[in-house]
Design a protein around this ligand. Structure first.
Ligand code: 8OZ
Length: 360
């Protein structure tokens, strides 16, 4: 008798009955010149349709939200038409796909904005360099958003959510992780505001909760997920007491009845950067809905996480870059293709759609 693998147990997420608990993590691949999805992206996503759920690469809600070359958006007709072809291809293979809604905040450069400054909660320059169309350039000090501009960005999220609906997605994930705009509001290190969007826990959480409300009004809560990286240091994030804050935030998110919460576990890099690592068990206890976890998981660790109920499902990033048929490989414990870091960002089909499946 074969024992049932925990990653292969069906799961209901929102209204969807998914055949397994393996999620394709959102992965920036920078193969969308002109910020529009291409036909090569159809092949890439449809190759991975046996994942229980695909979460697309981070996708800008507006031109203001752009911070890298060749990342796709969801703010114009061409983009919606391009994504529609992708959702149709994934659905034809019985897959499910959520769009990740993204605004980079200060992780950008004036080169993307006709010389204008990127925006952020406060005028604090991140350490490091921006990836611009003409190479790496030092980050600049962003412009702090005016209080009365924030409602406009909430409306931009709402419109992007409407566009995602038109493009045929099954749901959306709000990207509130990794040091981009929403995360910048959550964290004390990047949010020094003295208006109703900064200071207290309630104020730091306000923007994300307003965005969530707007997106939920379009999709219904059970087709909306949120991604957080409470232990993250990526993009120069820091926070004196993230645990107390994130436990508070999850308490607020509980009342929505969302499709899921998607947590990026502390990565080795975060620990090296002195992150205040929050134990997954603390977050599990604080959140009362479906929890997806991600962050360098392999098959054994994923099996354990689900078996021990640390999480309900596991998202895989690099493993999905290199193994379009990761589900089939996990089922039979087959060897995995090695991801090639040189082709993660930008380029063509090489290192994108040419990783072989088992039967190839
Ligand atoms: C790697 C390179 C560029 C963007 C994230 C959207 O970390 C990203 C990203 C990752 O969430």
């Amino acid at each position: 008798m074969t024992t049932q693998l925990h990653t292969q147990m069906p799961i209901k997420i929102g209204p969807y009955h998914l055949p397994n608990r393996m999620v394709m993590a959102p992965l920036t691949r920078q193969r969308a010149p002109e910020n529009s999805p291409t036909d090569l992206m159809i092949t890439y996503y449809e190759q991975r349709a046996s994942a229980g759920l695909i979460i697309t690469e981070a996708t800008q809600i507006s031109t203001q939200g752009v911070g890298y070359p060749a990342t796709p958006g969801i703010y114009n007709e061409q983009q919606v038409a391009g994504w529609k072809k992708i959702t149709e291809a994934v659905h034809a293979k019985n897959g499910h796909i959520f769009l990740q809604l993204w605004h980079v905040g200060r992780i950008s450069h004036p080169d993307f904005h006709n010389g204008k400054l990127p925006v952020a909660p406060s005028a604090i320059k991140p350490k490091g360099e921006a990836v611009t169309p003409s190479g790496m350039k030092p980050f600049v000090t962003p412009r702090a958003l005016e209080t009365d501009e924030i409602q406009g960005i909430v409306e931009t999220y709402r419109q992007a959510a409407i566009n995602a609906l038109a493009a045929g997605f099954d749901g959306v994930e709000i990207h509130s992780a990794n040091g981009y705009l929403l995360d910048e509001f959550l964290r004390e290190g990047t949010n020094k505001r003295i208006d109703c969007y900064g200071g207290t826990f309630e104020n730091r959480a306000r923007f994300l909760l307003e965005v969530t409300e707007a997106v939920v009004a379009v999709w219904g809560a059970d087709r909306v997920g949120i991604r957080l990286s409470p232990s993250g240091t990526m993009n120069d994030m820091n926070d004196a007491d993230p645990e107390t804050f994130f436990v508070y935030l999850l308490g607020q998110l509980n009342s929505f009845g969302l499709a899921y919460l998607h947590v990026v576990d502390a990565l080795e890099g975060d620990i090296r950067h002195g992150a205040n690592v929050i134990n997954l068990d603390v977050l599990r206890k604080a959140y009362n809905g479906t929890l997806i976890v991600c962050g360098g998981y392999d098959r054994a660790r994923a099996e354990n996480a689900i078996a021990e109920s640390k999480a309900d499902a596991v998202a895989f990033g690099q493993l999905y870059i290199a193994n379009p048929d990761l589900v089939e490989r996990f089922k039979v414990n087959a060897p995995l293709n090695e991801p090639d870091a040189a082709t993660f960002y930008g380029g063509n089909e090489k290192g994108y759609t040419d990783y072989p499946a088992l039967a190839d």
